[in-house]
Design a protein around this ligand. Structure first.
Ligand code: MG
Length: 187
């Protein structure tokens, strides 16, 4: 049986390694099942970065989110976060861990630690961006944290980290574009 319905019947590869398209596809399915869309993350990232970039569009931010969702570190963090949350929801852990996760105890800290482990993947500024989102809890992060029917202990932080990553990636692209002219490149 699979804790996540969207992965019911999933046949793992021999190597445990997946392509960017496969990882992106699985990540989006998991996030959707847990009530988070690419648009939600793009909105968070856009509101983080739009004050610094005049010509930023939500479409560009969505493209950044999709790129970020195709990377292995993010794939592993999303898999881990969603599985832990759903396992806690189903009371599959021993106490006191199960209760700590279900009440999203502020002093637990390992949810933020996992999020921080990916937030700096495009530069340290991603970790400060994540810290800001973690403290201010805008939009979807606030909705996830206040959903008492689900355990979103890890998910709200992962969503903050994904938004922070997407924002930094776009900031890096804009900075290089400005410094080097309109040369397109992959980042
Ligand atoms: Mg949390």
């Amino acid at each position: 049986m699979s804790l996540l319905k969207c992965l019911e019947g999933f046949v793992p590869s021999e190597s445990g390694v997946y392509s960017e398209d496969e990882m992106r596809d699985i990540n989006i399915k998991i996030l959707n099942e847990r009530g988070v869309t690419v648009e939600d993350i793009a909105q968070l990232a856009y509101s983080t970065q739009s004050k610094y970039l005049d010509n930023l569009t939500i479409e560009e931010m969505k493209e950044s989110v999709l790129d970020v969702l195709g990377k292995r570190d993010q794939f592993h963090a999303i898999l881990l976060a969603a599985n832990v949350d759903v396992a806690a929801e189903n009371n599959l852990f021993s106490e006191p861990l199960n209760s700590i996760l279900n009440k999203d105890l502020g002093l637990f800290g390992l949810d933020e630690a996992i999020a921080l482990s990916i937030a700096g993947n495009y530069g340290t500024i991603g970790q400060t961006n994540f810290g800001f989102l973690d403290v201010s809890k805008p939009g979807k992060i606030n909705i996830l944290q206040n959903n008492k029917k689900r355990c979103n202990c890890f998910l709200d932080d992962i969503v903050g980290a994904l938004a922070a990553l997407s924002a930094v990636r776009v900031a890096q692209k804009h900075a290089i574009r400005q410094a080097m002219g309109q040369i397109d490149f992959d980042f």
